[in-house]
Design a protein around this ligand. Sequence first.
Ligand SMILES: CC(C)(COP(=O)(O)OP(=O)(O)OC[C@H]1O[C@@H](n2cnc3c(N)ncnc32)[C@H](O)[C@@H]1OP(=O)(O)O)[C@@H](O)C(=O)NCCC(=O)NCCS
Length: 293
Amino acid sequence: MPTSLSVLPIRRLTLDDLVSCADLAEDRGWAREEHRWGLLLTASTGYGIDAPEGKGLAAVCVITSYGSSGAARGLAAIGMMLVAGRHARQGLGRRLMTHAMREAGGTPLMLHATQYGRPLYQQLGFTAVTETETVLGHFRSPETAPSVMTRPAAAGDLPTIVRLDTGIFGVDRTHMIARLPAFADRLGVAEDSSGLIGYGAVWPTQEAHVIGPLVADNTETAKALICSLVASLGPGPHRPVRTVIDVRHEELLGWVKEHGLAPTTRTTTMVHGIPDLPGDWTRRFAPLNLATG
Ligand SMILES: CC(C)(COP(=O)(O)OP(=O)(O)OC[C@H]1O[C@@H](n2cnc3c(N)ncnc32)[C@H](O)[C@@H]1OP(=O)(O)O)[C@@H](O)C(=O)NCCC(=O)NCCS
């Protein structure tokens, strides 16, 4: 790494860095998604390196820590790893990632890697556990809606949502879930006679309505939540719908593609310090977003 870059300090980001983070995302061809950065810079910890030329950021990443549950050691999700194009391939990504890993202490880590990030993460000891596919398009509701009961979430549902989520995600995500009512456009739940069997949220970007998290006891419930979340946006026309689905959920992926969504990108889900993600992937259909897991 050129000396000038190797000595640039790494600092904690604040909400004041929101526009610079969005600028950096745009520099790498990603959407600005300022709403998402707002969540990440408050609920997670951002690290950044100021650009040596004196304006904006040269590199960022964000780490979201989730609590332990029972014997689990907790989990931290690393995301939004970005290095400005003009400073790429000069060691900044490796340096920032190493810093974030050190700051996480011994906590097990997870991330969703693009093809560009994957070689670096492999070198740092991450291993692949699965892949996700991002799908985008105008969702066409099926003529016969899945016969699972859904409704908008009420404030009183939050503790039950957290309990359900903790059982499925394997770690406590209360601090992120508590922000969903303000962050999302809609938060919905599915239930049967036994109680809550799923929940999902839809949140805005300029390009799309994003569905995530999507957590459900089974695929029919996941489908019902998608239908009800899209319906809750009101009659069209509205922006396309986007979601990110673990490729092991072949049935749901096939179904959303039959109903108007098309694949855009694939990422590799990777872990460090654990052989696999905690929790139950069979009931975890979509992450809140790729950065937070
Ligand atoms: C991925 C990214 C963060 C890497 O940052 P960087 O500062 O360019 O990477 P470094 O210089 O620290 O390189 C670390 C290693 O990563 C690998 N790597 C980096 N860029 C690569 C590329 N374009 N293709 C293949 N390997 C690459 C190499 O193994 C490299 O080591 P080497 O240069 O000694 O061979 C940066 O390219 C980027 O912002 N890409 C666009 C956004 C993105 O995809 N982020 C990853 C999200 S998971």
